[in-house]
Design a protein around this ligand. Structure first.
Ligand code: FAD
Length: 404
């Protein structure tokens, strides 16, 4: 039996490996020139970093952890509790940090008890006055940007509280991958027939399937599609109504990452946060490897619009904003910016206001015996993660093979 997998991210790699194991003849069609999707690596200043995912979440129940160990991926403790936050006038005080604990506890409990259909922004607006008074609006906004925008890559005004309530609670903490997922991706891709540079535009399905790319047409018994929700592929016949409405029940977020390498580290902790409203890079994480002090910064949701298009100017501005850490503008050896935004490739899925998290389960149901979907957006247990995506690929492959 011949199967086609569209996309070579974690879902596609999981699906293709599983189909191979179950004896199918599989080809993977991938538009990029490298596997890994939203976790693919790039080189910055002679070292590998991840363009997207950088942590394994919930390591007591993370299907990728044993595979990452086997592949020799560098794994480091995630020291998210070791942070220093800077206002433009200097570091926060002990009293500010105590208040942050209270802010987080209030946010969590208010989000947990809010009914579906409520925006996260309206929940925050309901209790923030006390914090605005104590901290100032900019510092309260910093915590919202760090705890909501950065976590979900979405604007709190656009996000339903359902997003914060869905999925399994991650268990066992996180591990940081300072060099990204490259070795693991290469291990999973080894031995697979991946056709790079093949952008799928149309899928005709019914009695078998025909998959059309810019240059070629492929025929198969069935297809598994793992591309992000907003990639426009034409399906013939059109997808069933429940599937189409499930797609519109979810939305895609946006994020950007900045990498800056330095000759010497100048930061006091594993995480540094900058509250300044005009600076898009809310938090920086230390992803140094031997001999290469490196910071990885995030701008997510609303903050992506603040980033300019001239990378050199963006890097200069980021270094100027970092002057608050040591009193001088640090000189970056090298820098790089990755954008995951709606105009290009988006970040990951969330439930927009009025959307429905059950949509993920609908998307994961195969359509007859010839078409199935996988990918982070189809994961009810671990949406928006690498291991969630990987598991959906395995499940879609097993379901299709069982059905045939
Ligand atoms: C900035 C950022 C930070 C993140 N941080 C983390 C983290 O720390 N930990 C974590 O677990 N997860 C994280 N994630 C989420 C995680 O990266 C994704 O959930 C996961 O990688 C998605 O895998 P996937 O296989 O579903 O999709 P993808 O990885 O997007 O794979 C889909 C593949 O399809 C290809 N494709 C697209 N269109 C076509 C087409 N028309 N034809 C053929 N191929 C096509 C793409 O090039 C891609 O390779 C992060 C994501 C981002 C963007």
């Amino acid at each position: 039996m011949r199967l086609i997998v569209v996309g070579a991210g974690f879902a596609g790699l999981g699906a293709a490996q599983t189909l191979n194991r179950l004896g199918a003849d599989v080809i993977v069609l991938e538009t990029a020139q490298r596997a890994g999707g939203r976790a693919r690596p790039i080189m910055i200043d002679g070292r590998e970093v991840s363009t997207g995912a950088s942590w394994l979440h919930g390591i007591n129940d993370n299907a990728l952890l044993p595979l990452a160990r086997q592949a020799g991926v560098m794994l480091a403790p995630s020291n998210d509790e070791d942070y220093t936050i800077f206002r433009p006038t200097g570091a926060l005080t002990a009293a500010d940090y105590d208040l942050a604990d209270e802010f987080e506890a209030t946010l969590d409990s208010m989000l947990e008890s809010a009914p579906y259909g409520t925006s996260v922004a309206s929940v925050v607006d309901g209790f923030r006055t006390r914090f605005d008074t104590a901290w100032g609006v900019e510092t309260t906004d910093y915590w919202v940007r760090g705890m909501i925008d950065e976590e979900y890559t979405a604007d709190p005004g656009a996000m339903d509280v359902a997003t914060t309530q869905e999925g399994d609670e991650p268990d066992g903490g996180d591990l940081l991958l300072p060099e990204g997922f490259g070795r693991l991706i290469d291990n999973l891709a080894a031995g697979l027939d991946i056709r790079f540079g093949e952008s799928v535009a149309r899928i005709q399905y019914g009695d078998g399937a025909t998959v059309t790319t810019g240059a070629n047409e492929y025929r198969a018994d069935a297809v598994i599609v793992t591309v992000p929700l907003d990639v426009p592929i034409r399906f013939e016949p059109d997808l069933p109504d429940d599937h189409r409405s499930a797609r519109t029940s979810l939305a895609m977020g946006q994020a950007a990452k900045i990498f800056l390498t330095f000759d010497e580290p100048f930061w006091p902790s594993s995480v540094i946060g900058l509250t300044a409203a005009d600076n898009p890079w809310v938090n920086y994480y230390d992803v140094s490897v031997a001999g290469r002090p490196t910071l990885m910064g995030f701008a997510c949701g609303r903050d992506v619009a603040k980033i300019g298009t001239d990378d050199d100017a963006v890097i200069d501005a980021a270094c100027r904003a970092l002057a608050v850490v040591s009193g001088v503008v640090p000189r970056a050896r090298a820098g790089g910016i990755v954008r995951w935004c709606l105009a290009r490739e988006s970040a990951y899925s969330y439930v927009p206001v009025g959307g429905n998290p059950d949509a993920r389960a609908t998307l994961a149901r195969p359509i007859g015996e010839t078409l199935a979907f996988a990918g982070e957006a189809t994961s009810s247990r671990f949406p928006a993660t690498t291991h969630g995506a990987y598991l959906t690929g395995i499940e879609a492959a097993e379901q299709l093979m069982r059905a045939r």
